[in-house]
Design a protein around this ligand. Structure first.
Ligand code: ZN
Ligand code: ZN
Length: 260
């Protein structure tokens, strides 16, 4: 069985399908889906989904794209939501210099504020990182105590060299549909360089749809194609990868139901 460690069923493309997706999880080899918020509305929706459906969990935080919107009212909201039994982590938080939708200084400040919040709440952090490897490394290095409850670099797309540096700080890494793309020539080496006991699987649905469904909105059940690819990179069976990543996911998200 697989846990989709990063999904956005709150998204308007998938939200109307939430019931159907939840009902089909077991048949599709999934034991749970973690829906990740990125602003006020999405956090509320992810938590509502977790309250309504047994196998859905939530993560709450402000994405770097919208970090200029993170005010005290938002922090109060996620602090309150994070008390919920099924809210597993603070995220997705981080840095995105590819789109630069919020000023970089604001992104850094809000990222650090949310790392502090995660530590105060004794929760791990789910980190979004794009085109900001140097600054991310520096910020994490200077703020190691804030990583006490663990951090996950989701949809990791950096180099194997940077991966090793983050791994030394205790990072977990999740991989998604991008590993199946034809142009992903460096992916096998990157995945192989990650410590096996710190790899998770994700879809990031409705984005990052794996081959052979590219062009369609992604869905949690397509995660098997990513699992298959990771297994081939590591020379293991898909079942073995499922067991390893399931164990890692439960280890990282300590609040998740241990019976999954
Ligand atoms: Zn992300
Ligand atoms: Zn995401």
């Amino acid at each position: 069985m697989i846990i989709d460690s990063h999904a956005h069923l709150n998204d308007e493309k998938l939200f109307p399908l939430a019931e159907e997706i939840h009902a089909g999880l077991e048949k599709n080899g999934l034991s749970a889906v973690v829906n990740v918020g990125y602003d006020e509305e999405s956090c509320l929706k992810c938590v509502a989904l977790a309250e309504q459906y047994r196998k859905f969990y939530a993560v709450v935080g402000m994405h770097p794209h919208d970090s200029r919107l993170a005010d005290n009212a938002f922090y109060d909201l996620i602090t309150r939501l994070a008390q919920g039994k099924k809210v597993l982590a603070i995220g997705e938080i981080g840095l995105d210099y590819y789109y630069d939708l919020s000023p970089r200084e604001t992104q850094k400040k809000v990222f650090l504020e949310q790392l502090e919040l995660a530590r105060a709440l004794k929760l791990p952090s789910v980190v979004h990182l794009r085109d900001a490897y140097g600054d991310m490394y520096k910020l994490l290095k200077e703020n190691r105590p804030l990583l006490e409850y663990g951090f996950l670099l989701h949809c990791y797309s950096g180099s194997k060299e940077m991966l090793s540096e983050f791994a030394k700080m205790g990072a977990y890494f999740s991989f998604g549909g991008a590993v199946t793309f034809k142009n992903a020539v460096d992916k096998p080496d990157v995945v192989r360089s990650a410590p096996t006991d710190r790899i998770l699987l994700e879809t990031d649905c409705p984005y990052m749809t794996p081959v052979p469904f590219r062009g369609k909105p992604n869905r949690p059940e397509y995660i098997v194609y990513t699992a298959e690819k990771i297994a081939s990179f590591l020379g293991k069976d898909r079942e073995e990868i499922e067991d390893i990543t399931l164990k890692n996911t439960k280890e990282f998200f300590k609040k998740i139901n241990d019976s999954l």
